[in-house]
Ligand binder design. Structure first.
Ligand code: SAM
Length: 294
């Protein structure tokens, strides 16, 4: 069966290409607030964020840190709001996010991105569901914000717990999705008992995606295919349409293709297009791909 996939090169804070209530599942991983690798993107795209960084550098006060952190999340919230509009009743949104640790104004601290997103999505109207903790076996312990314990990390009380989990937050819009009795596509999309027992648990131990290729590939911070494959099969049925508003290298599109779902995705950085196309050209499933430049 031919599935349809559309990539829009543009900002997902507005998704006029998507009609209301037409998406069944959203899976995404946004740029993580307060993680250094995404600072330049937020500064480049949003003058108010660039200005808040300047204010913080010139006048390092705690209020400036809070203003910056909140403004970055306000910014992402626009995409969560658009997602709410386009999801069908009963549609699910899965957001992969990591918290950030960083030393600012001389103080090492946690920026709990997951809690900002949960609070904001609940205010939008989403129902918050039990989330998944993605445990990455590769991360090293942390001491004073650095990647590994120093010798004195053995002495209480000044070491920090390692951030070795990311979150996969799960939300639903409205009521449970309705299906007619014995719906054919739903039954054809069933997962096995083994998959159900394994996937519907709260901790998933999965290695990060291999990003050993180009600088561009490393820059995307792609999530592992296995995570997306599971989410696609847990929360959508064949022929559904899946949205990724921060598509990066295109992992969500690939997994939608493999599971015979349609997709629409957004990417603000047009230099990602060759990487997306390269990945999709290697997919053997029959599909139709449309690229739209805003
Ligand atoms: C963490 S990466 C996504 C990686 C992706 N999950 C993958 O497997 O490759 C976030 C992506 O979102 C893009 N992005 C950031 N803000 C955006 C926006 N407002 N609209 C569309 N894309 C955006 C970035 O350019 C980046 O490629």
């Amino acid at each position: 069966m031919l599935t349809q996939h559309r990539v829009v090169l543009g900002n997902s804070q507005q998704m006029p290409e998507i009609p209301d209530e037409s998406i069944h599942l959203m899976i995404t991983s946004p740029p993580y607030p307060m993680i250094r690798m995404w600072d330049s993107l937020f500064e480049r795209e949003y003058p108010e964020i660039a200005m808040l960084w300047r204010t913080l550098k010139e006048n390092p006060e705690e209020k400036a840190v809070t203003d910056l952190y909140e403004t970055i999340h306000e910014n992402l919230e626009k995409t969560w709001r658009e997602t709410y509009r386009v999801l069908v009743d009963g549609g699910i949104a899965c957001i992969n996010i990591g918290d950030a640790t960083r030393t600012i104004n001389g103080r090492f601290r946690l920026f709990p991105n997951h809690s900002q997103i949960i609070e904001r999505c609940m205010k939008i109207g989403f129902t918050s569901l039990p989330y998944i903790l993605w445990k990455k076996p590769t991360t090293k312990p942390t001491y004073k914000g650095k990647g590994a314990f120093l010798g004195s990390g053995f002495l209480p009380p000044n070491a920090y717990v390692t951030l070795d989990c990311e979150f996969i937050l799960i939300f639903r819009k409205g009521d449970l999705r309705f299906f007619p009795k014995h719906d054919k596509l739903r039954y054809e999309s069933a997962i096995t008992k083994k998959q159900r027992d394994h996937w519907f648990t709260q901790i998933w131990t999965i290695r990060g995606a291999s990003q050993k290729h180009s600088l561009l590939e490393r820059r995307t911070a792609a999530f592992p295919e296995e995570i997306v494959e599971r989410l696609v099969r847990m929360f959508s049925v064949r022929d559904d349409t899946i949205l990724d508003p921060f598509v990066g290298s295109g992992t969500t599109i690939k997994m939608a293709m493999r599971a015979k779902r349609n997709s629409i995705s957004y990417e603000i950085d047009p230099t990602m297009l060759p990487l997306i196309e390269k990945g999709l050209n290697e997919e053997p499933e029959e599909h139709a791909l449309t690229i739209t430049r805003r």
